[in-house]
Structure formats: C-alpha cells, structure tokens
Design a protein around this ligand. Structure first.
Ligand SMILES: Cc1cc2nc3c(=O)[nH]c(=O)nc-3n(C[C@H](O)[C@H](O)[C@H](O)COP(=O)(O)O)c2cc1C
Length: 193
C-alpha cells in the first residue's frame, strides 16, 4: 500500500450462516475495519461452489512450481486475485469438529499449495484470525492452530487471535471490532501500545 491509498481489507469467511454468533463477530470486525478507514469486502466461501484440492500428480501438483491451480477457473483464481489485491486479511470461521469449516479448509488447502513460502501473495500480509466455537466451546485452539499453520506456511503475519464462544461473545465482539480497527489504522504486529 502506498502513502495515502486506502487500506483494503479482505474478510475470508467460512461461515455458512447469515445470522448467528459467528456472523455478529464478522460484522463487528467489518465495522471496526471501516471505522479504521479501510475498504472492506467479505467473501463467503461456503456460498461458493468450489472443488477441494485434487492432489494432482503424485501429490506435488504443478501448483507448487507454477503458483497457480490448474482447476482455478471454478472461482478459485478470482478469489486468489482478490487476496493479492488486499493489504490485510481477516480469516473468520465457526469451529466445526475442532477445525475451520469444510469450505474454509478446502480453500486454504489450495491457496497454501499455490502460495507456500516467502514469495507468495500472503507473504508479509497482516492477518487477523477469528474462530467461533458456538456449541461446547471445544476445539477453539485446534481451529486457530489450523489457521495459524496456514499463515506460517504462506509467510503471513498474524496480527492477533480472537476466540469467541457463547459466554464470552459480549467482550470478544468488542475485541474483534477493536482489533480490526487497529489493523486498519496501520498498527503492526510488534508495535508497542
Ligand atoms: C458440523 C458442526 C460441527 C461443530 N463443531 C463444533 C465444535 O467442535 N465445537 C464447538 O464449540 N461448536 C461446534 N459447532 C457449533 C458451531 O461452532 C456454531 O454453530 C458456530 O460457531 C457459532 O454459532 P452460530 O452458528 O450462531 O454462528 C459445530 C457446528 C456444526 C454445524
């Protein structure tokens, strides 16, 4: 991002629902990012009809060397371009089985293969991680760890981790809004406040 350009924040959401706990947190993060001056767009991965990774070749497909998915015309390429154009990312998902949702997981599986390493489009991008386990509250850490691993593999910089459940959502919703605001305002991982 150059000098006076508006920061672009992309929310990649694994949420299949349009209402409920997870969406209220995503909306709070969106509000915070807008208040921080960013342009925000949300992509709802569960609404799209994309395939999972086809594990081409004998495991290492062309994606590793060509940095592109040969099945990308199913909508994957377009989202990849939007990831590339964004300055920072918010990854947000409900927790399913202690993991991200299936739609979210299959998307990051493919993106990781294309963008692994320090030269990819995720590299050095700040990423805010939000996971909401709405039932028992179990599986938050394993879900965040899955998202964390994706960031480590793609060289993204984790700005913060936010875990939202039914009995902490009053204050974690505030935290999601404030974290997105801080990121949109230009705060960096490592700054002291
Ligand atoms: C298939 C499935 C698996 C789920 N697994 C978990 C889980 O492991 N831990 C948990 O606390 N909640 C689990 N949930 C509940 C969701 O996390 C919850 O619906 C969502 O995070 C937040 O609530 P919302 O649906 O109101 O947005 C699961 C829900 C579904 C549909």
């Amino acid at each position: 991002m150059k000098g006076d350009e508006t920061m672009k924040i992309l929310i990649l959401s694994g949420n299949p629902k349009k209402e409920g706990l997870c969406q209220t947190i995503i909306d709070a993060a969106k509000l915070g990012a807008n208040e921080g001056g960013a342009e925000v767009e949300e992509i709802r991965l569960a609404d799209l009809d994309m395939i999972r990774c086809q594990i081409c070749g004998d495991g290492w497909g062309e994606c590793r060397t060509e940095h592109t998915c040969i099945h990308g015309s199913d909508g994957f390429d377009e989202i990849k371009e939007r990831v590339e154009r964004s300055d920072a990312i918010i990854l947000a998902t409900p927790v399913y089985w202690g993991e991200t949702t299936e739609a979210f997981k299959s998307f990051i599986d493919r993106l990781r293969r294309c963008e692994f390493g320090p030269k990819g489009i995720m590299s050095n991008k700040q990423v805010l991680l939000i996971a909401s386990p709405g039932g028992s509250g179990n599986g938050l850490l394993s879900c965040l760890e899955q998202m964390d691993r994706f960031c480590r593999h793609t060289g993204a910089i984790i700005f913060d981790y936010i875990g939202v459940n039914r009995w902490n959502s009053d204050y974690t919703r505030v935290a999601a809004q404030a974290a997105a605001f801080a990121m949109a305002s230009g705060r960096k991982n490592g700054d002291t406040v």
